[in-house]
Ligand binder design. Structure first.
Ligand code: AP5
Length: 301
């Protein structure tokens, strides 16, 4: 049986500060919605994921937020199906930081193209040696290396079962096209927006804990102990000079990628505290799951 609807008007789950909407999501919006057939189970795909839990969440409240109503493009998928989310944004916009928080709550498998590439670099593989040349110049690593790497990771059983959170991929039209060709259909495309001067400051102060993988910032998110501080490392491409090259690459490609996902894009103001930014993302994800459940229940009724 084919379907009816594809967008819902829903109340914002909690007060939010500064959303911006992709054009296709701006209220008021009317559309048609496809409902999936044979779905009478309202189980949500929320799972706990302790292995990736690294930081505690704080509740977010914005007393001055407008009474929000917004439209979310609803998933037409079975509500039991795991979430598939993409997160994008300029270098140091906070993708990795938000991925820690998202995986902690939603149990998705975090697949970061940059991490996969750095693992190859660290392993000294042929792919890693080639990739490093491009990464040092702030350029995109060629598709021949990246595309299959990401495809293989998304095809692993844990990604299929738990859902995935794709970080920093696709970054070009050709990567977006390949993703679609392989049948990977995201539910939501999150774009973090942060002013450029803030991005440079974030890059320069970023440090990584090689033991836990946690991301720190010397000013905004300093290490908890002297012991951790002593072992922190800095990425080879985290210099002011290289971040400017990376930013240029981002600006050259972002619009083309957005054009492929405009119906499911949400633009998030990434220039708040990490808890504030997460509250915005969490609102969208919560509503996406609620809408799947509502759709399922209305079909079952
Ligand atoms: P990648 O590793 O993906 O780097 P990037 O996109 O430049 O993004 P970053 O990892 O630098 O930043 P982030 O947004 O994750 O920010 P984070 O949370 O760490 O890619 C590296 C390279 O690999 C590319 O240049 C390219 O060469 C290659 N590559 C990757 N993907 C590719 C692809 N698909 N195709 C081809 N090549 C590819 O935060 C940054 C800092 O800010 C941290 O210190 C953090 O503590 C701090 N911070 C975060 N949020 C906040 C906040 N709200 N307030 C204050 N501080 C914050």
């Amino acid at each position: 049986m084919a379907s009816s609807v594809n967008f819902w008007t829903i109340p914002q789950p909690k007060p939010q500060s500064s959303y911006s909407y992709s054009s296709s999501l701006k209220p008021p919006l009317t559309s048609q919605l496809s409902l999936f057939p044979n779905s009478n189970n309202s189980t949500l795909s929320l799972r706990s994921h302790t292995a990736l839990s690294r930081s505690r969440l704080t509740k977010y409240h914005s007393p001055n937020a407008p009474p929000p109503h917004f439209m979310v493009m609803a998933s037409t998928k079975n509500p039991e199906e795991a979430l598939k989310i993409m997160i994008s944004g300029a270098p140091a916009s906070g993708k990795g930081t938000q991925c820690e928080l998202i995986t902690q709550k939603y149990g998705l498998v975090h697949v970061a193209a940059g991490d996969l590439l750095r693992a190859e670099v660290a392993a000294g593989s042929d792919n890693g040696r080639q990739a490093k040349e491009f990464m040092e110049k702030g350029q995109l690593v060629p598709d021949e290396i990246v595309v299959m790497m990401v495809k293989e990771r998304l095809s692993q059983p844990d990604s299929e079962e738990n859902g995935w959170l794709l970080d920093g991929y696709p970054r070009s039209l050709s990567q977006a096209t390949a993703l679609k060709k392989f049948g990977f259909e995201p539910d939501l495309f999150i774009l973090l927006e942060v002013p450029e001067d803030i991005l440079v400051e974030r890059v320069i102060g970023r440090r990584l804990d090689p033991v836990t993988g946690k991301i720190y910032h010397l000013k905004y998110s300093p290490p908890e102990t002297e012991e951790i501080a002593a072992r922190l490392t800095q990425r080879f491409d985290d210099t002011e000079e290289k971040v400017k090259l990376r930013l240029r690459t981002h600006h050259q490609n972002v619009e083309a990628v957005l054009s492929m996902f405009k119906d499911i894009t949400v633009k998030i103001d990434g220039n708040g505290s990490k808890e504030d930014v997460f509250a915005q993302i969490d609102g969208w994800l919560t509503k996406l799951l609620e809408q799947r459940k509502a759709t399922s229940e209305s079909l079952a009724a």
